[in-house]
Design a protein around this ligand. Structure first.
Ligand SMILES: Nc1nc2c(ncn2[C@@H]2O[C@H](COP(=O)(O)OP(=O)(O)OP(=O)(O)O)[C@@H](O)[C@H]2O)c(=O)[nH]1
Ligand SMILES: [Mg+2]
Length: 281
């Protein structure tokens, strides 16, 4: 389906942002140029680099551009997208990163699937080169974990459960968020996994392949905690395991405590080593 056959006015592109001043104006202009008639909703999490100001300036030119400025204490990608998708006013929505890793020219492929009747469409990456080796391994591991969990729950799966490029019928996703939003991992990065976990089994799921790009400007906000974050999304057992591992391995506090214990053991060993030996009888 070409973009000319799609009712663009029925779509809102949701762009989550945190410190994306280098990219936001370019991506907004590019999306409006490629898809005249769409709406764009930027969900900003208190960026400190002037992202929100850039959007406010763009609003003077584009009346279909909205900005949601979130409370700093509720920062989180999943929380932002839950809020962003829930407040979409059009029939359909597309979520994509603001850093050009999801090519604006590929948005039409997702729009086509939704226009053809899909409830949810996932953009599937056909290449992984832009990711570092460690991110690639973490992403594959997290995908396999999420896929196994969905299989156990007998829910529908996609080939790229870690994708941040997806879309669908607004009322279908909104209903899932309203009913099950309290169970979402709000500080997590993978809202698509949460949506699939709680969506009805018979949801019409579609996929569209795309070429994953390199970040155009600015810095990545994500880290390699992704597997632990996804683990915490896998039911109560996964949450407990993920949180325990995070406390033990990742938490700065646990590392500091671990280091102090090591220093104490080392000091005891040294002190014992310098103690005078009792004379042998
Ligand atoms: N609202 C909001 N947006 C966020 C948050 N963290 C990241 N983002 C945005 O979400 C999108 C994806 O984040 P990235 O940092 O690009 O994550 P990534 O694509 O996995 O990492 P890279 O491959 O290194 O770019 C970008 O548009 C970010 O600006 C957040 O906490 N809140
Ligand atoms: Mg990115």
């Amino acid at each position: 389906m070409a973009s000319g056959e799609i009712d663009l006015a029925k779509f809102t592109v949701v762009l989550p942002t945190y410190n994306e001043v280098e990219n936001i104006s370019k991506i907004v202009e590019e999306l409006f140029r490629l898809y005249p008639g769409i709406s764009i909703s930027v969900v900003d999490d208190g960026s400190k680099d002037g992202t929100a100001d850039a959007v406010l300036a763009l609003q003077k030119k584009h009346d279909r551009l909205t900005l949601m400025q979130r409370a700093p204490l509720e920062k989180g990608l999943t929380a932002s997208l839950m809020e962003g998708i829930s407040s979409v006013k059009t029939d359909y929505y597309i979520v994509m990163d603001a850093d050009f890793q999801h090519p604006p020219a590929s948005v039409v492929d997702l729009m086509s699937k939704v226009s053809e009747g899909a409830d949810l469409v996932v953009g599937v990456r056909i290449n992984r080169e832009p990711l570092t080796i460690s991110r690639r391994i973490a992403s594959t591991g997290a995908h396999k974990l999420a896929s196994s969990y969905l299989w156990l729950c007998r829910k529908q799966r996609s080939l790229d459960l870690m994708s941040g490029f997806f879309g669908g019928r607004t009322n279908v996703s909104r209903k899932v968020i309203l009913e099950y939003g309290n169970k979402f991992e709000k500080k997590g990065f993978k809202v698509l996994f949460d949506l699939l976990k709680h969506a009805p089994r018979d949801i019409h799921l579609a996929e569209a392949q795309f070429v994953f790009g390199v970040r155009a400007g600015g810095e990545s906000k994500l880290n390699s905690d992704i597997i632990l974050s996804v683990m915490k999304q896998c039911g109560l057992a996964g949450k407990m395991l993920g949180t325990s591992i995070q406390l033990l391995v990742i938490s700065k506090m646990a590392r500091v405590i671990g280091l102090l214990i090591l220093v104490a053991i080392f000091a005891i060993v040294i002190v014992m080593g310098t103690l005078p030996h009792s004379p042998t009888p």
